[in-house]
Design a protein around this ligand. Structure first.
Ligand SMILES: [Zn+2]
Length: 255
């Protein structure tokens, strides 16, 4: 049930989501893995949209050089998980926000996925992304991958049992680097990730599944690369997933 205050807060999106869609967001749990540039944007829009339970994990400390793009944070020196929790709570006090000050690792991931319906990959390393990928496969949870570099970015929605996994698409990690980034690139890619999560949670629209969307900010162009499952993938090859993860497709009439 939505409260009267919630109906007013979400009045401009209720015609799109319907009461049922809004209630699905309210009941949903989203893990935002990383409170950096992508996590700042995706968590902000998901909090504003009324996702009821947001868990945002990061073990880092805010640095002055983060502030060109990590718009959740204001004060260098604070723990990012706490800084993010405070910012999201003040943006939308009607939802539950949990900042968790841990790195994404094999030992932390099971706790982080407790009561979670979808994972947003807002990491900056493929080592951590592979941990998310395996966990998404094991828990049959959708994973919205995003990455940025410079003016460019990429997004895809991985649905265990239906699409290629992250390892099918990127069998080996690219060389580790801290690329220069324009904050607005994180804004574009993080916003698409938030949109994907909202669609998956409500069952509306068509997910960015089996397609890698590539954003070229210098030319303001988007392209898509079709992606296919690799039957010999060490992560998902031969794995049977019971049912299909996440996407709420019960052929609901759109309002
Ligand atoms: Zn795979």
């Amino acid at each position: 049930m939505l409260t009267e205050g919630e109906e007013r807060r979400y009045a401009r999106q209720l015609p799109l989501l319907g009461i049922e869609g809004q209630e699905r967001l309210k009941e949903a749990g989203v893990l935002i893995a990383g409170a950096g540039g992508l996590g700042s944007v995706s968590s902000y829009y998901l909090a504003a949209a009324g996702v009821g339970h947001i868990r945002i994990a990061d073990s880092d400390v805010v640095d002055l050089s983060n502030l060109n793009r990590q718009i959740l944070h204001r004060v260098p020196g604070l723990r990012k998980a706490l800084s993010a929790e405070e910012a999201l709570r003040s943006l939308n006090p009607t939802i539950e926000v949990e900042g968790v000050d841990v790195c994404i690792s094999e030992s932390s991931i099971d706790y982080l996925l407790n009561d979670i319906d979808i994972i947003v990959d807002a990491m900056d390393s493929f080592e951590a992304r592979y941990i998310l990928n395996l966990a998404a496969l094991e828990h049959a949870l959708p994973l919205v991958h995003g990455a940025v570099s410079g003016f460019d970015g990429q997004v895809t929605t991985i649905i265990p049992g239906r699409t290629a996994c992250l390892r099918c698409v990127f069998p080996k990690p690219p060389p580790r680097a801290a690329p220069p980034v324009i904050g607005a690139t994180c804004g574009i890619i993080g916003s698409i990730q938030a949109m994907e999560a909202i669609k998956m949670l409500t069952g509306l629209g068509e997910p960015l599944a089996s397609r890698l969307l590539i954003w070229d900010g210098r030319c303001a162009q988007m392209d898509e690369i079709p992606i296919e499952r690799n039957e010999r993938c060490p992560d998902c090859g031969g794995r049977s997933v019971s049912g299909e993860a996440g996407f709420r497709d019960d052929s609901r009439e759109e309002p």
